[in-house]
Design a protein around this ligand. Sequence first.
Ligand SMILES: [Fe+2]
Length: 209
Amino acid sequence: MLDITQVKTPAYALLSYIIQDPVSKQCIVIDPGSTIPSHICTNPMHVKAVINTHLHPDHTTGNRFFAGKVPIRAHPGDSGFIMRSVHFALSTLFTARIPPKISFDLNDGVKILIGDNSIEVIHTPGHSPGSICLYWPGNLISGDTIFAGNIGRTDIPGGSFSRLSESIRKILTLPDETKIWPGHYYMEKYSSILYNERPSLISIVQHTQ
Ligand SMILES: [Fe+2]
């Protein structure tokens, strides 16, 4: 059983996550914003990795707190020239700093181990080429692929509505009781369960057949 801490950054309605194994105290930090608790950043001895669900800069502004201390990982689909250019330009604009190095090693199916727990990477392109979700039984960190009551934008460079629809089909194979932990909140909705999202997701997928 992993502990989930959701961290809000109101400026972008961003939701970051700290996923921790209560036994070993090991954790991963997902999509750190500027509001990640300072004790995690200044004493990251238990942080195994920082994971970016994709490289839009609102999801990476807190990477700088961990630069040189722990690995920062993402899917190789966001390592292309356009995504790196967008990330570099916007990151330097947001933080006035050159963004830290990222390991693009989170391919579909990769397992991230935290203590005795295993989290699976699911490649869910569409919002960006390298967008990923993170799944372990009962929980899905969904990044900007799906939200509580909404889906991710596809009108940003690298976005594709047809690829997003394919990714939603993958998510629909998960159990109904899976809790959805999105990358942004809307109208005070911070999480959902797949059972509640399924009808609207099915209608989106059917409209693209
Ligand atoms: Fe995004």
